[in-house]
Design a binder for this molecule. Structure first.
Ligand code: ZN
Length: 398
C-alpha cells in the first residue's frame, strides 16, 4: 500500500492524475490556490485539485480566518508560492492529522463564508473547490462569524443554498457528544462515551421521526470529531427550534450514578457541575482550535435580552424532560443543573445537555450499553419534547 501511494504521488506529480483514480483517498493533491476579489468585498478562493475530495469549511475570529479542511489530501503547492493580497495576512498550509490537509487563510478584517462547492473538470481545469467569501468592515462585530457546514460530503456544483425556510414542523438538532479522536469518557468496561452518545441520538431520531411531528438533524452521523462551536453553529444555521446535546459522565467516585440535564449559566450550580463543563469544554483544545475569539462573541451575546428568553425556554424544556425521565429511571438529586457548557451558548436556540449517567458506575454503564435502556430514555425525551412544544409559550412567564 505504501509503495502504491509513493508511485501514486510520483505519478500525480508528473500529471498522471488518471492513474490515481483507483485510489483517490490516497492520492488527492492540492495543485494550486488562487484568490480573486470583486468590488473589494467579495473574494473567491479556488483550490485546484488532482481529484475530487470531501471538504469542510469554517470561519474563526481573532484573528479572522477561513479554514478549509480536505481529508485525504496532500499539498503539491508550496506555502511560499501562494498569492499575496492586501486583504490577506497570509495563507498557511498544514495537516491536522496525517490524512487531513488544512488551508488557513488569515484576513485583516472580518470575513464570512457565503458558499462553497466543487466543480468537475472542464475547460482545461481539473477538479476545483470554490469558496466564496465576503469581507466585512473591521467593526462589523458579530456578523462576521459564519460557518459553512459540509459534514465531509462532496457537493458538486451546488447551487448556493438559500437560508433554510421555516417549515411547519419544529426542527430538533441532536448532538451526540464527542467523536473521532475525542472518545469522551471511557467506561469501566472500556466503552467509549462517543459511541453511546451516537447510538442514543440515532435512537431518539428514529422515535421522533416516527411521530411525524418533527424534523430531526444530527450534528454528526459517524465517528468524526466536530468542534463544540461548530455544533451549536450548525443548530443556528439550520434554524433549529431545539438543540439537545447528549453525553455521559465519568467521575472518580464509582458509586455515583444518575441522569442529569444541564442548561447554560455563567455561574455553575456547584463545583462538580463547573468541573464537568470545564472538561467537556476542553474538547476543542484537542483539535488545536483557538477559541479566544469566541469569548467576546459570547460575552456580547450574553448581555442581549434575547438570551434570557432562550434561557427560559431551555430551562422550561429541561424541567419537562426531568418530569418525564424521573418516571423511568434514577436521576441525580437537583437533576436540572446549570453550567457554562460551550455547546449550549447559542443565543437564540433553546439548548440543553443531557448527561445520561455515569460510565464510572459499573451498573449504570452496563445499562447505558443496552439499547433497551436507552430506548426508555429516548421515549421519555420524546414525551418531554411533545409537552415542550405544546406549552412553551408558558416558559416566558417562568
Ligand atoms: Zn461528554
Amino acid at each position: 500500500m505504501l509503495v502504491f501511494r509513493r508511485i501514486c504521488r510520483f505519478l500525480t506529480a508528473l500529471g498522471f492524475a488518471v492513474l490515481c483514480a483507483a485510489r483517490p483517498a490516497a492520492c488527492a493533491s492540492v495543485q494550486d490556490i488562487r484568490l480573486g476579489a470583486r468590488d473589494g468585498a467579495n473574494v473567491r478562493v479556488v483550490i485546484d485539485l488532482s481529484e475530487k475530495v470531501a471538504f469542510k469549511t469554517f470561519a474563526l475570529t481573532n484573528p479572522d480566518r477561513v479554514v478549509i479542511d480536505l481529508p485525504s489530501a496532500n499539498f503539491a503547492v508550496k506555502e511560499r508560492d501562494l498569492p499575496k493580497k492586501d486583504y490577506l495576512n497570509g495563507v498557511r498550509l498544514g495537516k491536522t492529522d496525517p490524512k487531513t490537509a488544512r488551508v488557513v487563510l488569515e484576513f485583516n478584517r472580518g470575513v464570512a463564508i457565503k458558499r462553497s462547492f466543487t466543480l468537475a473538470p472542464q475547460s482545461g481545469f481539473q477538479w476545483r473547490l470554490v469558496v466564496d467569501l465576503e469581507l466585512m468592515a473591521k467593526t462589523d462585530g458579530l456578523k462576521q462569524v459564519t460557518t459553512e457546514w459540509y459534514d465531509n460530503s462532496v457537493a458538486e456544483e451546488k447551487k448556493p443554498a438559500a437560508a433554510p425556510a421555516r417549515q411547519d414542523k419544529p426542527l430538533i438538532v441532536l448532538d451526540p457528544g464527542h467523536g473521532g479522536k475525542d472518545p469522551g469518557a471511557i467506561g469501566v468496561s472500556g466503552v467509549y462515551e462517543k459511541h453511546l452518545t451516537l447510538a442514543m441520538a440515532k435512537q431518539l431520531r428514529a422515535l421522533l421521526e416516527k411521530t411525524g411531528r418533527y424534523r430531526v438533524k444530527l450534528t454528526r452521523e459517524t465517528d468524526v470529531f466536530i468542534a463544540l462551536y461548530a455544533r451549536r453553529r450548525f443548530a443556528r444555521s439550520v434554524n433549529a427550534d431545539l438543540f439537545i446535546s447528549v453525553h455521559a459522565d465519568s467521575i472518580k467516585k464509582p458509586q455515583t450514578r444518575g441522569l442529569s440535564v444541564y442548561t447554560l449559566s455563567e455561574k455553575a450550580s456547584d463545583k462538580e457541575a463547573e468541573k464537568l463543563a470545564e472538561s467537556e469544554n476542553k474538547v476543542d483544545l484537542i483539535a488545536g482550535i483557538d477559541l479566544s475569539g469566541e469569548t467576546q462573541e459570547v460575552t456580547d451575546i450574553l448581555i442581549d435580552l434575547a438570551r434570557r428568553e432562550t434561557n427560559n425556554h431551555s430551562s422550561f424544556f429541561a424541567e419537562r424532560l426531568m418530569d418525564e425521565i424521573r418516571k423511568e429511571i434514577t436521576v441525580l438529586p437537583n437533576s436540572h443543573r446549570f453550567a457554562g457548557f460551550a455547546v449550549l451558548k447559542s443565543p437564540d436556540v433553546p439548548s440543553v445537555l443531557i448527561e445520561m449517567g455515569y460510565l464510572s458506575n459499573k451498573e449504570e454503564e452496563r445499562l447505558l450499553r443496552q439499547a433497551g435502556y436507552r430506548e426508555k430514555l429516548a421515549k421519555a425525551t420524546v414525551r418531554a419534547i411533545d409537552v415542550y412544544f405544546a406549552q412553551k409559550h408558558k416558559a416566558n412567564f417562568n
